[in-house]
Design a protein around this ligand. Structure first.
Ligand SMILES: Nc1ncnc2c1ncn2[C@@H]1O[C@H](COP(=O)(O)OP(=O)(O)OP(=O)(O)O)[C@@H](O)[C@H]1O
Length: 271
């Protein structure tokens, strides 16, 4: 899959462009404001399928806002206004035909702090499946084993599936949350600083998991940790003050950025 570079019409940002055949999610001149204050400005980019795309940028540049927009988590916030378009596999996520529950099944979200539900390991992973139509227990058990295996947790929990999820370590809880999200078979996984609350060993496990999961789905990773973005992502987008500054193959963005602003951030001159 080759990314060509072109300039977005409005911002002149160097942007990797993927054909619709390779793109899973497309963001087209998307702007978002909280109570009239712009947090994202005219973002245009497409996210390639079965790759890890990292969003980096200083605090407050709009990374989490973008993830929440992709999941329509701002729907109940009346102060939020937006313009432009986000499409998932060609379908406008704000189209009246779009079922928001189905959107959130197709686009899973994992937050910074692990948030297992106060129930057993098994029930956590089964949670989303129970919202779907009735499923035979045998099939549900198979999916739970598959999701826990995909999240690299099965071997550690297979003998205590009915114990409380809260007995797990922080790193295991985060992998459980990822398993819970995978169980409903999303197309996209949004990860908002998924390892920043974890110790170094747990962080490496999450990074390895992210690299392995791209055979299953498309991943978008928000991280402050540039080494982490360089280690796990295939493409990197640099946001600054709500604008997309640069987007391209991770090696290129980190070793040969096209814009001075990107280099300033990567070398620590913008914090
Ligand atoms: N619910 C909200 N209401 C009002 N303003 C908000 C809200 N959430 C975020 N903002 C503002 O939007 C801008 C972007 O915030 P956002 O959290 O998306 O940035 P970020 O890049 O994820 O930051 P960080 O790396 O610190 O998490 C900031 O100016 C922030 O203050």
């Amino acid at each position: 899959m080759l990314a060509s570079l072109h300039s977005a019409n409005t911002s002149q940002a160097p942007v990797a462009h993927f054909s619709s055949e390779h793109s899973c999610l497309s963001i087209d001149h998307f702007s978002l404001a909280y109570a009239g204050k712009e947090a994202l400005r005219e973002l245009t980019l497409s996210v390639p399928r079965h790759r890890v795309t990292a969003f980096i940028g200083p605090s407050g540049c709009g990374k989490s806002t973008l993830l929440r927009a992709i999941n329509r988590l701002h729907d109940l916030n009346e102060s939020v206004t937006h313009s432009g378009q986000i499409t998932l596999e060609g379908q406008d996520i704000h189209d009246p035909q779009m079922n928001v529950t189905e959107l959130r099944r197709r686009v899973g979200m994992v937050f910074q702090t692990p948030n297992p539900f106060p129930m057993s390991i098994y029930e956590n992973v089964a949670f989303g499946l129970r919202l779907q139509q009735r499923m035979p227990k045998r099939k549900r058990d198979d999916i739970i084993e598959w999701a826990l295996t995909s999240a690299a947790l099965w071997d550690e929990v297979k003998d205590r599936l009915h114990r409380s999820a809260w007995q797990l370590s922080g790193g295991q809880q985060q992998r459980l949350v990822i398993a819970r999200t995978l169980a409903v078979q999303p197309d996209v996984l949004l990860l908002d600083e998924p390892a920043s609350a974890l110790d170094p060993i747990s962080t490496l496990k999450i990074e390895e998991l992210i690299r392995n999961l791209k055979s299953e789905l498309t991943l978008i990773l928000v991280t402050h940790n540039m080494q982490q973005a360089a280690r796990v992502s295939d493409y990197t987008a640099f946001l600054h003050q709500g604008e997309l500054v640069e987007y391209g193959p991770t090696d290129q963005v980190f070793t040969n950025p096209r814009l001075q602003r990107t280099e300033n951030y990567i070398t620590g001159r913008i914090t």
